[in-house]
Design a protein. Structure first.
Length: 564
């Protein structure tokens, strides 16, 4: 089929469905989308409460548990041991499908009846405050964390240990603090796009470096200080004069680092590496990938956000670990041939499911733990299952529901609790006008601090152990926060001043430093004389840096001439 222009049902703007997209829709037998690419991602964001955590009593054992559902949400919420335990039966909530009602209407009813998992945190030890995570040990307030040990306040951290306040560690991060998009790094602080680096502080886009400070675009260098090469002795002497344990000094260094990124650093048009025939930003080891963001090790994928190890997928958000043939998924791992699912791990052939695990052949199910051939949590014989499933799909095509991800109207979380609040913020009025939901009682207290920010000692050595029992107030948002023992030990060991900002503001700062999940058309800004172009380079490209960002965005060839 040729490409087709449609009007988005949500934003009412025209959008294009490209010809190869139709092949995929045909292959998985879904009608083409009626929402544009951006709105489809917005709809998935509306389902992902990654980091707004509450305490609430388990509706089975009564014990207090950490959960993504505020106490006022109309669901039964079970703590993880209870949800996985044998004291309840998901099939006892089975329902017959009513062809006089819409699918989503009946699905919302089922969601209110079947117990929900407090949060998604599988096979972990002493990691109560982790969500969308698994296989962790002693990990705290971290999200999308897998195979980690002693990681705190991290987001998207894989196979790492002893790291704090980092976003995106692809693998083997150790003793990292405030790094963004790193891979195989050791003992670095405040770094962006670092690979195979150790003991680098305030460095941007450096590979294979050690002992460098406040520098950018370095390859295999040591002892570079403020982008100037020194001998080992000179470097160590210069570093000695920088009091890294002082909060005042660090605030100055942060400003200097921002200036370095904005004025001196060269930015490759997209931060991506080792890809074949792929378009998007922050792609690594991808082949035939289009219009995707933050994707590792993928093949034949399009419109994917924040995913890893997937094949033949479209329109997925946080999908991972050997998943294939998936469409419109949010928050899932190890899926094969699945469509329109939310929070589902380890499944095959499941469609329109929420929080289902270790199952196959499900349609319209909620919280199924290990099921086969079920529709609305009711078990069927294989042949009956296929007939009824096809009948429901026909019904959904008539109601206009088939082919659409779950509406935010029936999302079990409110928009201001979700990642949408960061990536595509909307006001309360805008959210309510769409019939979506807004949480009034988000977690957090104000004015309960027992120590004022101004009274915290400048250097970490002067911070006493009693601070473990104190409450602090964030200098940016004024919200209260406290610290854990592991955290204090980390600050002391790594010579980091006591934080004056709450974990969320720290996350927000890193979030703002990362490239956006969007592509803009732009021209290379290089005007170097020895590059073979006269005056400005004329190359154009799709870049993750918006034209409003007045920074040095270079095409591949100019970047390579300057950096390698
Ligand atoms: Zn739209
Ligand atoms: Zn319980
Ligand atoms: Zn704050
Ligand atoms: Zn150029
Ligand atoms: Zn050039």
């Amino acid at each position: 089929m040729n490409q087709e222009t449609k009007n988005c049902k949500n934003c009412k703007k025209d959008f294009t469905i490209e010809s190869e997209d139709f092949n995929f829709y045909e292959k998985i037998q879904v009608p083409p989308p009626t929402w544009c690419t951006k709105c489809r991602q917005l709809r998935r964001y509306a389902w992902r409460n990654e980091r707004t955590l509450y305490r609430r009593n388990c509706d089975l054992c009564g014990k207090s548990t950490v959960t993504i559902y505020s106490p006022n949400k109309p669901y039964k919420v079970y703590c993880n041991p209870c949800w996985w335990g044998d004291d309840w039966d998901f099939s006892s909530h089975g329902k017959d499908f009513d062809f006089f009602k819409t699918f989503f209407e009946q699905f919302a009813e089922l969601q209110r009846e079947v117990p929900r998992m407090a949060l998604l945190n599988k096979n972990s030890v002493n990691s109560e405050y982790t969500n969308h995570s698994g296989e962790n040990k002693n990990t705290y307030l971290s999200f999308s964390a897998f195979d980690d040990e002693n990681v705190m306040y991290g987001s998207f951290i894989f196979k790492s240990r002893d790291c704090m306040d980092c976003n995106r560690i692809q693998e083997k991060g150790e003793r990292l603090y405030e790094t963004i998009d790193s891979r195989k790094c050791y003992q670095c602080q405040y770094g962006i796009f670092l690979r195979d680096c150790s003991s680098c502080f305030y460095c941007y886009d450096c590979h294979g470096c050690n002992d460098c400070f406040m520098s950018s675009n370095l390859r295999n260098k040591s002892y570079v200080f403020r982008n100037k090469q020194y001998t080992r002795e000179e470097y160590l002497k210069k570093m000695k004069d920088i009091e890294l344990s002082s909060f005042i000094v660090r605030e100055g260094l942060n400003k200097e680092f921002t200036n370095l990124i904005e004025q001196d650093a060269i930015h490759r048009y997209v931060a991506s590496e080792r890809n074949i025939n792929s378009i998007g930003s922050l792609l690594y080891d991808c082949k035939n990938v289009a219009k995707s963001f933050e994707l590792y090790n993928a093949e034949n994928c399009k419109y994917i956000y924040g995913s890893t190890d997937i094949k033949d997928c479209m329109d997925c958000y946080h999908l991972g670990f050997n998943s294939e043939l998936c469409y419109e998924i949010q928050g899932a791992v190890r899926l094969s041939n699945c469509k329109f699912c939310h929070l589902c791990y380890d499944n095959m052939n499941i469609t329109y499911c929420d929080t289902c695990q270790n199952s196959q052949n499900l349609f319209g199910c909620v919280s199924v733990k290990k099921g086969d051939y079920m529709i609305f949590n009711k078990k069927y014989l294989k042949a009956d299952y296929e007939i009824l499933k096809d009948k429901i799909i026909e019904h959904m095509k008539k109601t206009g529901e088939y082919g659409e991800f779950f509406s935010p109207q029936i999302s079990p979380v409110c928009y201001n609790e979700t990642q949408g609040n960061f990536y595509m913020p909307m006001t309360k009025e805008e959210v309510l006008a769409k019939g979506w939901h807004w949480e009034e009682n988000v977690p957090g207290t104000f004015s309960k601090e027992t120590i004022l920010a101004g009274a915290i000692p400048d250097k970490i050595v002067d911070v006493p152990n009693t601070y473990l029992n104190e409450i602090f107030s964030c200098i940016d948002c004024l919200k209260n926060y406290n610290i854990t023992k592991n955290e204090l030990l980390f600050y002391r060991k790594e010579n980091i001043p006591f934080p004056r900002r709450c974990p969320n503001c720290r996350y927000k700062r890193r979030f703002d430093l990362r490239p956006k999940r969007e592509l803009w058309h732009r021209q290379c800004v290089c005007n170097k004389e020895n590059h073979g172009h006269e005056g400005n380079c004329q190359k154009e490209f799709e870049t993750c840096y918006s034209p409003d960002e007045v920074i040095k965005v270079y095409c591949e060839s100019c970047y390579n001439k300057e950096v390698y």
